[in-house]
Ligand binder design. Structure first.
Ligand SMILES: [Fe+2]
Length: 246
């Protein structure tokens, strides 16, 4: 039995948005996902998909994408990404009722893997725009947008705390924390998300959202303050799920 993660599938079986324009790694990426997930994940395993599942805007436009995910091996747990328009946070319970036994939507709740609670939320990081000086160094940023970003961060922190709170109330003391957005932006060494992971003693923080070579290093990878940070963006992994726990 093992726990795997993979993010940013960006499927579009109905919305028809080919991803090839984003580089060679995206060419027929849905076939790669199918091949690698089937190779790596066994039926008894758990696979957490860390958001940006579908380009469809409404649930009806995502049916084929979700059916594709359902068809992958293992127990599938889904996190919200910034592009998952079909998934209004308030509709999580309804989605969990509809897809009961097939898919689990992780939002304001938690999932269990052995003696671990899997907690998570979309998260948020301020991504600029940043203003550069003539040497390419960041000299400033859009302060209005930063203010708005702080509001979104607060909301996501509340959702994450609720996930931890429920898991703790159910008696769990071991946690793996999932985010769609990276836990820090390019300017930060730590953030309210890394501090919450430390507060609850999470063993690992798993995130995605960063696409393309130039963005893979935007946030923490490796061990920071005793917690393992793992980037699982699809294109970073060439769509091969990464193992999180044995
Ligand atoms: Fe994203």
């Amino acid at each position: 039995m093992a726990l795997y993660a993979l993010g940013d599938l960006h499927l579009s079986f109905q919305a028809h948005k080919p991803m090839d324009a984003f580089g060679r790694v995206w060419k027929h990426h849905e076939r790669k996902i199918e091949t690698y997930v089937n190779k790596v994940v066994k039926p008894e395993d758990t696979l957490v998909l860390t958001g940006d599942h579908s380009w469809g805007r409404r649930l009806e436009e995502c049916r084929e994408d979700l059916a594709f995910i359902e068809g992958l091996p293992g127990r599938k747990i889904l996190l919200r990404g910034n592009h998952d328009m079909f998934w209004d946070a308030k509709k999580t319970e309804a989605l969990n009722r509809e897809f009961q036994g097939c898919l689990f939507f992780l939002q304001n709740n938690f999932a269990v893997y052995q003696d671990y609670a899997l907690v998570g939320t979309k998260g948020y990081t301020f991504e600029g725009p940043f203003y550069l000086d003539p040497w390419g160094r960041i000299a400033g940023w859009d302060e209005e947008r930063e203010k708005h970003a702080q509001k979104l961060v607060e909301r996501e922190l509340g959702r994450l705390r609720e996930s931890f709170r429920q898991a703790e109330a159910a008696g769990f003391r071991k946690f793996v924390m999932f985010l769609h957005y990276p836990p820090t932006n390019v300017l930060e060494e730590e953030s309210p998300f890394t501090r919450m992971a430390e507060e609850y003693g999470a063993e690992a923080v798993i995130y995605s959202h960063c696409h393309g070579e130039s963005r893979f290093g935007d946030s923490i990878r490796g061990v920071f303050h005793g917690i393992r940070y793992q980037l699982v963006s699809g294109d970073y992994l060439n769509f091969r799920p990464a193992q999180v726990l044995p």
